[in-house]
Design a protein. Structure first.
Length: 347
């Protein structure tokens, strides 16, 4: 297995710069692993492919205003800080640019970039230096992040100037991500009601999305790649519902790779037990082809970046050959790719 096995060429115009409106009018590709068939639908039709006994697992993480701008010291050069993950209150792992100018011990004065918060500032100190521009920083007053920061959009989205709430799922509630769990962006309140009316249960879990969402794998052997830890929570209530679904032989369907990773991480922690156990901690499971899925029966996902950990996870679930065929067809059919793009369900 090589990283280049997960490469493909995408015409730039297929990278979605704006979301579908309304949310559920994005396209939906339906992949059936049983016979290798591919169908084309609208996301609003997803109810047709779900059963009344299904359990739908969604990630309720909420994107924080993680992009902050300021200057080094008093009157120094411009600095941008992108928060990656919260290590403890006030302490963050962050991507700092320009990284070469920021040393351990430096202080950065952040200024507000949001209307209505003009004049507010916050001070962060650089405590440690890590690879690729990543620093450990401490806030003098972490509460000011909400006032100072902006919701970060992925680096491949250049032309979107609409409501940043559109980059949140309608069920987001637990703050902590630097990127949205984008498979969930297609759901509307009305569509969720349709699912409930059909008898489909929604189970909420939390996994805060980090930097690895956008970082391509540089090693030719993907097993040499170090995946970033992401903090996740599978509550006792959610674990009990999943245990009941397994016992009854009902399908567990994950919305997005983040939900898949969290469930498989939790299952791995309690290998050999029939009961799904609660989980709270850092998820660092890197799912590659050959992984034996323990909890996930089907998944909903977007179309992912080449050479990415997300594409590898989806290939592990759907099979390399079927996923390659699906991506080739999506390009021929002019599907829209990445965060604001279209979706697929793998059954």
């Amino acid at each position: 297995m090589k990283t280049s096995d997960f490469d493909y060429s995408l015409p730039p115009e297929l990278i979605a710069q704006t979301p579908a409106e309304p949310r559920d009018q994005s396209r939906l590709m339906v992949l059936r692993r049983s016979d290798g068939s591919i169908e084309h639908h609208r996301f609003s039709e997803i109810v047709e492919f779900l059963r009344p006994t299904d359990v739908l697992v969604v990630n309720d993480t909420r994107v924080i205003p993680a992009r902050l701008k300021g200057q080094k010291g008093s009157g120094g050069g411009k600095v941008e800080v992108l928060l990656l993950r919260r290590l403890e209150p006030g302490l963050w792992e962050a991507l700092v640019k320009p990284s070469k100018r920021i040393a351990v011990g430096d202080r950065v004065e952040l200024v507000s970039s949001q209307p209505g918060s003009e004049g507010k500032t916050a001070l962060v100190e650089v405590l440690d230096r890590k690879e690729e521009g990543v620093r450990i920083v401490r806030f003098a007053d972490e509460a000011l992040v909400e006032d100072l920061g902006q919701i970060p959009l992925p680096p491949y989205i250049h032309d979107y100037h609409g409501d940043r709430e559109r980059y949140q799922t309608v069920y987001s509630r637990e703050k902590g991500s630097v990127a949205a769990p984008t498979a969930g962006l297609h759901f509307t309140p009305g569509l969720l009601n349709q699912l409930r009316e059909k008898g489909i249960d929604l189970v909420f879990v939390t996994l805060h999305v980090g930097l690895d969402t956008f970082r391509p794998i540089r090693e030719e052997d993907p097993r040499q790649h170090h995946i970033h830890h992401e903090f996740g929570v599978l509550t006792p209530k959610a674990a009990a519902r999943l245990t009941r679904a397994r016992g009854d032989g009902h399908r567990i369907i994950c919305v997005g790779t983040t939900a898949v990773r969290l469930l498989e991480q939790a299952a791995l922690a309690y290998e050999g037990t029939e009961e799904v156990k609660p989980f709270q901690g850092w998820a660092d499971l890197f799912i590659l082809p050959g992984h034996r899925f323990r909890l996930v029966d089907a998944m909903i996902t977007n179309f992912h970046l080449p050479r990415s950990t997300l594409l590898m996870l989806v290939s592990a679930f759907g099979g390399n050959d079927l996923l390659r065929q699906a991506y080739e067809e999506a390009i021929r059919e002019r599907y829209r790719f990445y965060s604001f793009g279209d979706a697929m369900i793998i059954l």
